[in-house]
Design a protein around this ligand. Sequence first.
Ligand code: HEC
Length: 154
Amino acid sequence: MVSRKAILLTGGLTLAGFAAAFVLAQPVQTVGILTSDDAEVIAVGQSIYADQCAACHGARLQGQPTWRIRGEDGLLPAPPHDATGHTWHHDDETLFTLTKYGLAGVIENAPPSGMPVYDGVLSDDEIIAVLSFIKSTWPSDIREHHDALNAQSE
Ligand code: HEC
C-alpha cells in the first residue's frame, strides 16, 4: 500500500516540476538583459562582434567615417558603437530588437537600411552576448546612464 506520505511527496515533486517548467517557459526578457559585467559572456560577444559586426561597425567600434551622411545608394553607413555614436541612447530592448529584426523591427515604415537582420543567424543568447560586449567597452558614466535608461523602460 502506498503511504500517505509517499503520495504527498510525489505530489510535491510534480508541483515542483510544473514550477520549473513554468520558469523555463517564460519568454526572454528584453529589458535590462545585457550582462556587460560577465567576463564569459563578453568574451563570447567579442568574437561574435569580430565575425559579424566589425566589417561595418569597425574593429574598434568606430563605425564608418561618414556615418551621418546618407550614401549615393540612399543608405546610411554603419554608425559607431563606441561613446561617439548613439547606440548607448537606446535601451536594451531596442538594441536587441534592432539587431534581431533590423530597423524595420523598431520603426514603422522604416527607410531602407544597410543593417542586416540577425534573426536565424544569431541566437537570442548570441545577440545578448554581442550587445553585452559592446556595452562593456563604454566608459562607466555612459554605462550608468544606460542602466538608468533601462530602469526607466521597465
Ligand atoms: C553590412 C553592414 C553591417 C553589419 C555587418 C552590421 N551592421 Fe549594424 N548597422 C549597419 C547600418 C548601416 C546601421 C544604420 C542603420 C540605419 O539607420 O539605416 C546599423 C545600425 C546598428 C545599430 C543601431 C545603432 C544606433 O546607434 O542606432 C545597432 C545596435 C547595430 N547596428 C548592431 C549591429 C550588431 C550587433 C551587428 C553584428 C551582430 C551589426 N550591427 C552588424 C550596418 C551593419
